[in-house]
Write a protein that binds this ligand. Structure first.
Ligand code: GTP
Ligand code: MG
Length: 353
């Protein structure tokens, strides 16, 4: 027997490390092997959408410590998106992601066989890559260094029907709407009217959405519907065919700030739940700008301004820069079929058939 594993030990003739490699003898079972039986089978039910949701741990404190803008910090949201795109670029069986505040949901296609559908494997891999990416990309979005390591919790939830899945995503976007409308009122009262936090809380207590909209308009001349879509709608990540520098369509994770509650989004992007060939990305005709040049509807919104990424090696800048440079429609259409054929042949995007 060749002994290559550092921790390989032989006791009573039994190999007790499963980490060793290159052994030539037949592995015998050790008397300790029975402990494997204690591992629970956590394989996800077949034919169900698998949702992994991660959520920042105690981000109320983390955001204070790191001086996040209130109530929404565009850089922080872009960092969340960057980490989520990294996850979706690695795990191509994820068909859609949705992020808001300190949380992100990732939906694995219902027929995925990744990690043999083991919930703990799916959840821990997504969470771990998301968390490390969040830290890795932090300097691209914040000048202030991280004060301590952030953490995220994670859970797996299964949804058996397409309606259940759509309702889940609608629930997360509705949650964002309720919180964001409240937070926009709250922080305007505190920051612009110098109200104490408790006073602002009391003023808003028990109020309906219409009242909050009215308050924003009357007291701050803010039309809530004109607030950046990134803040009101969160970010939805889906895969689209996007022309690269050569005009060739490439499968790309595309961030959108769309309404995913209404039917329109699902009609315009039928490949998501239908698990069909990817559609071609159509850049918005007019991308609304928010102060500071931040452009939430553009795909390259996830790329930080040059001044904010001095420490980035070029190879970690996402390849979305071409998305808004519209190619002639004809070129896009003629490339579209080729690209989908290539996908099917190479299994390039295993998340779509
Ligand atoms: P647990 O998730 O239970 O650990 O607690 P949490 O403190 O993370 O609270 P929760 O996830 O319910 O809410 C997220 C919190 O993050 C919000 O209440 C905000 O305090 C904070 N947060 C998220 N995004 C932003 C942001 O863009 N700006 C600011 N200022 N705060 C944010
Ligand atoms: Mg949290």
């Amino acid at each position: 027997m060749r002994i290559l594993g550092k921790f390989l030990q032989i006791r009573n003739g039994f190999v007790i490390s499963s980490k060793c490699i290159g052994t030539t003898a037949t592995m015998a079972k050790s008397k300790f092997d029975y402990v494997k039986e204690f591992e629970l089978d956590d394989k996800c039910l077949p034919n169900c959408w698998i949702v992994v949701r991660i959520d920042g741990r105690n981000f109320s404190a983390f955001t204070e410590k790191h001086d996040f803008a209130k109530p929404n910090d565009p850089g922080a949201l872009e960092l969340m998106n960057r980490a989520a795109i990294t996850v979706m670029e690695e795990f191509r069986e994820i068909i859609i992601g949705f992020g808001q505040s300190d949380e992100y949901s990732f939906v694995f296609r219902k027929d995925t066989t990744l990690f043999n559908r083991r919930a703990s494997k799916l959840m821990s891999n997504v969470n771990s890559l998301f968390s490390s990416s969040y830290v890795y990309y932090w300097p691209c979005f914040f000048k202030k260094p991280l004060q301590y390591p952030p953490a995220f919790d994670a859970r797996v939830v299964l949804y058996p029907t397409d309606k259940n899945l759509r309702d889940y995503l609608a629930w997360r976007q509705a949650d964002l709407h309720i919180n964001n409308l409240y937070n926009t009122c709250f922080w305007n009262l505190v920051l612009k009217k110098n109200m104490k936090r408790q006073e602002a809380e009391e003023k808003l207590s028990g109020t309906l959405a219409a009242h909050k909209n009215e308050l924003l308009f009357q007291e701050f001349k803010i039309n809530y519907n004109n607030e950046p879509a990134l803040f009101r709608k969160g970010t939805t990540l889906i895969r689209k065919l996007v022309p690269n520098e050569m005009g060739r369509l490439k499968p790309t994770v595309v961030p959108l700030t769309d309404d995913i509650i209404a039917d329109r989004f699902w009609k315009e992007n039928p490949e998501v739940i239908g698990m069909k060939s990817l559609g071609t990305y159509q850049p918005p005709l007019k991308a609304p700008l928010v102060p500071g040049g931040f452009n939430p509807t553009a795909v390259n919104a996830v790329i930080p301004p040059m001044s904010m990424r001095p420490m980035l090696p070029t190879n970690i800048i996402p390849p979305h820069t071409m998305i808004n440079s519209a190619l002639p429609k004809k070129t896009i259409e003629s490339n579209h079929q080729d690209a989908n054929r290539e996908l099917n042949r190479n299994g390039d995007i295993s998340g779509h058939k």
